[in-house]
Design a protein around this ligand. Sequence first.
Ligand code: TRP
Length: 342
Amino acid sequence: MTDAAGGAEFTPRVFSGIQPSGNLHLGNYLGALKRFVEAQNNGIESIYCMVDLHAITVWQDPADLRNATRELAAGFIAAGLEPQKSILFNQSQVAEHTQLAWIFNCVARMGWMQRMTQWKDKAGKNQQNASLGLFAYPSLMAADILVYHATHVPVGEDQKQHLELTRDIAIKFNHDYGVEFFPITEPVIEGAATRVMSLRDGEKKMSKSDTSDASRINMTDDADTIARKIRKAKTDPDALPSEAKGLDDRPEARNLVNIYAALSEQSVAAVLHELGGKQFSGFKPMLADLAVAKLAPISSEMARLMQDKAEIDRILQDGAARARAIATPILDRTYDIVGMVR
Ligand code: TRP
């Protein structure tokens, strides 16, 4: 692979991170877990990291964090991720991430960080009281990616600016030290088709932090709860269109059709070809049945895996060791470039 800045060769490697800070929902499943599982057979080395160090940039109760980390690992495995094929681990266990992040703190400029919309959104008007970690968050994220020389990073649209910053850090590092050491990473942004929106507002992402539990389908919801949430999902009074462009100004209808398409592994066009003309009163029960059929086996497998925490911890330990084997030589070479005697 040729990088945009120079022409150095980098072996394709996928890296993505996901925060263990709350219950897994349908948006995490379709937007991340399912996508990652589908990618594991494409022959490209893939590293999936549960970013516990990012999670604590805002307060996390320790017991909840431990539980969320193991539950996310169980979610990955229940969704079909094979820990022998892909590398699955939690960020805090590979110290090279934070070591490289320090170097990047000295490369990134205050102005770059102050422009990050996620910082502005999350710190809000109370920046003086936000943690220093929240401000430095994107620098650690750049280190997560670049400590593996990852070339491709699948993320949601909301992470695009962080990936641009990652590229800026790599470019400035390479330039300042006169090397072609870090790759210029390509974002692989999920399309609108796989982005799952709130069931209450088709313009807002489905989120664990939405105050309304009815806005999301949690991976641990039982069949009745899933059916009720879909029945109550916001819609409009029209029937389903028979072509995708008929969803253009209908965000709630589009969201439900997208979810149906993703869960049934069909294109939106194929779904509408079959179901165009149907009223929501007929479509919603079909969607509810499909969601229950797809999610119930995953949530029961998650519950089963959570019975044996030692086994989950063992899998994560093994993942961390394999991640470290890649990260250590890259950090060592970084230290050499920067002038650290070792
Ligand atoms: N910031 C990402 C999010 O909130 C999570 C993340 C941390 C990440 N490090 C990463 C994603 C590295 C991709 C690559 O979704």
